[in-house]
Design a protein around this ligand. Structure first.
Ligand code: 5GP
Length: 185
């Protein structure tokens, strides 16, 4: 669904990025990634469920072979606050030994999930582990782990669409919008 299908939705505040802006930025990121990984094999690791759309468009923007694998971790409950607890719900099928791994994320907020994930994946003997995220919130900029590819730095609001949900809704919205504060405050 697109903007027209959520017109009058009082839970949504405003559109942050249109589908065109998102896909355009992912193409730029893909070009950078392609250059950096020239001559190397590349394994994209998507973090379910939010990164499904980012993975689909980023991977298809790469004019080369890549492998894709998925992990599911829980860091948020059904609300909008990070629980700080990370649990593996679904692990990778791929052996990371000697592999160049690029974690594909939808959004980094506190960075808690990612710090944990990086440590976990690095312990599996990969040749390298880097991060690509479509969105990054202000707090994440103070993170110790370097995020190599960032789509957009966004303000501190709760966003939905393009894979990102609020109680499992809005994942199939083509654009990214902010949730109205009255929904979660
Ligand atoms: P962190 O551990 O960085 O605080 O949170 C990372 C995870 O929290 C993301 O992968 C995402 O699932 C969820 N999250 C953080 N901020 C938002 C947001 O603004 N909107 C949505 N829908 N999920 C978010």
């Amino acid at each position: 669904m697109d903007q027209t299908h959520v017109e009058g939705d009082l839970d949504l505040d405003q559109t942050l990025y249109t589908e065109e802006q998102i896909v355009g930025r992912l193409q730029e990121m893909a070009a950078e990634i392609q250059q950096d990984y020239e001559g190397k094999d590349l394994l994209l690791v998507g973090v379910l469920k939010g990164a499904v759309m980012v993975m689909a468009d980023l991977a298809r923007s790469l004019d080369r072979h890549v492998e894709m694998d998925w992990m599911a971790v829980s860091s948020y409950g059904s609300g909008t606050k990070s629980s700080g607890v990370v649990r593996i719900l679904k692990d990778l099928d791929t052996d990371l030994n000697g592999r160049h791994v690029l974690i594909v994320e939808d959004i980094i907020d506190t960075g808690l999930t990612l710090s944990w994930l990086i440590t976990n994946l690095r312990s599996r003997g990969p040749a390298s582990v880097e991060i690509a995220t479509l969105l990054r919130k202000p707090e994440a900029q103070q993170m110790e782990v370097e995020v190599k590819y960032v789509g957009f730095d966004i303000p501190n609001a709760f966003v939905v669409g393009y894979g990102l949900d609020y109680n499992e809704h809005y994942r199939n919205l083509r654009c990214i919008g902010t949730l109205s504060p009255h929904v979660y405050s």
